[in-house]
Design a protein around this ligand. Structure first.
Ligand code: GLU
Length: 424
């Protein structure tokens, strides 16, 4: 048993949704919760010093009732070790299934990873490439444009995606296969707007939430926790919609700047000094002070497990847009609901990424490419519809948005499962 088992959390969410839908059958609940397949592989790599090092990698294929498995590959070393990572990858693959169902794209859920931290271990480019290609080789039999389509995730980039695509192509008689993976660089068949997708999707969701609550974005204040890809682009697009960013953070600390600041200026400052901390006119605060600052919109876009019960009790925002995966602890949810804060749960708020991954795959399959606006508009349609469907359901059943999105997603997967039946 691993401590704070993330897969137990994912399973609980499925069971909670089943309770609301009225699914009593234990076997059916198990079918919905468990991954269809979990592959654990040994990855031997010749290091630069001539020695061999053996890494452990995973690919969890959770559900493909609505379409091929889809989800990222992370290179990470969670504190709980390899066994924890196995459970984490299983949980994340389950969340991918529900993410794809909410935004109604014809894909299922998968996730993978290697237990390694390329940042702290300072692997050379050559070691990284040998590791990536060996992993791609090991999982090559279960991935493919019609089977399972990986993408980037924590500490993986377009470079790794290209190497996985190239390895897969070469193993398959040099067959050009851009659709085996998404999040590729544009020169390799990537899609415009994929790099901003997650943050842009979060901004669209926040806009819809503000409309529902009759909050004017033009006079709204935003706090961004984390200053990575998802939260910076969420900030940039919310700013374009008229909102003002008044707080930010990164791994070096948190700051508040009452008068507001342009996200582009914060980015420039971070680029120059390595952190947003010290930004002229800002005040350094604790993580707790940042999260509980008076604002309209809080975007937790950093790590998991940030909003605890204690923090929830002190929140002063009206909307939470979860750009990160799993930023809120289950203990905090009922408190947030009581305070009538509207939460856009992670599986909806950060689904812009996989939504544009889907559009990348579509473009690869047809060999024809859309403009930035065409891609962004298509994603906007899917994600705003996802928000509206979930919001209506939450009102109808008087349940919070986290439960509503899960109910919606589970119902959609079940519908596909029932259509197909079991064979052989
Ligand atoms: N890793 C991203 C996520 O967690 C993107 C997955 C994808 O594009 O397939 O949503």
């Amino acid at each position: 048993m691993v401590k704070n088992d993330p897969f137990a959390n994912a399973t609980k969410q499925v069971n909670d949704a089943c309770d609301i839908i009225g699914i009593k059958d234990k076997e059916l609940r198990e079918y919905l919760a468990m991954p269809n397949k979990m592959m654990r592989v040994k990855i031997p790599v010749k290091m630069d010093n001539g020695k061999i090092r053996v890494f452990t990698g995973f690919r969890s294929q959770h559900n493909n009732d609505r379409g091929p498995y889809k989800g990222g590959i992370r290179y990470f070393n969670p504190e709980g070790g390899v066994e924890y990572m196995e459970r984490e990858v299983m949980a994340l693959s389950s969340w991918m299934t529900w993410k794809c169902a909410i935004v109604d794209i014809p894909l299922g859920g998968g996730k993978g990873g290697i237990y390694v931290n390329p940042k702290t271990e300072k692997l050379s480019d050559g070691e990284m490439e040998r590791l990536t290609r060996q992993f791609a080789y090991k999982i090559s039999e279960i991935i493919g444009p019609e089977k399972d389509i990986p993408a980037p995730d924590v500490y993986t980039t377009g470079r790794e995606m290209t190497q996985i695509m190239d390895t897969f192509s070469k193993l398959n008689g040099n067959k050009y296969s851009p659709g085996v993976i998404t999040g590729k660089p544009i020169s390799m068949g990537g899609s415009l707007a994929r790099n901003v997708a997650t943050g842009l999707g979060t901004a669209y969701c926040v806009r819809e939430a503000a409309k529902a609550l009759k909050i004017n974005l033009k006079t709204s204040k935003v706090v961004l926790q984390g200053f990575g890809n998802a939260s910076t682009f969420a900030g940039i697009y919310l700013e374009k919609m008229g909102a003002k960013v008044i707080g930010a953070s990164d791994s070096k600390g948190s700051i508040l700047f009452e008068k507001g600041a342009k996200v582009s200026k914060l980015m420039e400052y971070k680029e120059k000094t390595g952190s947003v901390v010290g930004f002229p006119g800002s005040k350094k605060v604790s993580t707790e002070e940042l999260l509980t600052a008076k604002c309209d919109i809080l975007v937790p876009g950093a790590l998991e497990n940030q909003i605890t019960a204690k923090i929830a009790n002190n929140l002063k925002c009206k909307i939470i847009g979860e750009a990160a995966n799993g930023p809120t602890l289950p203990e905090a949810d009922p408190i947030i609901a009581k305070k009538k804060i509207l939460v856009i749960p992670d599986i909806l708020a950060n689904s812009g990424g996989v939504c544009i991954s889907y559009l990348e795959w579509v473009q690869n399959n047809m060999g024809y490419y859309w403009s930035f606006d065409e891609v962004a508009n298509k994603m906007e349609k899917n994600i705003t519809k996802g928000f509206k469907d979930a919001y209506e359901l939450s009102k109808k059943h008087k349940i919070d948005m986290r439960k509503a999105t899960m109910v919606l997603a589970v119902e959609r997967v079940l519908e596909a499962f029932n259509q197909k039946g079991i064979w052989p």
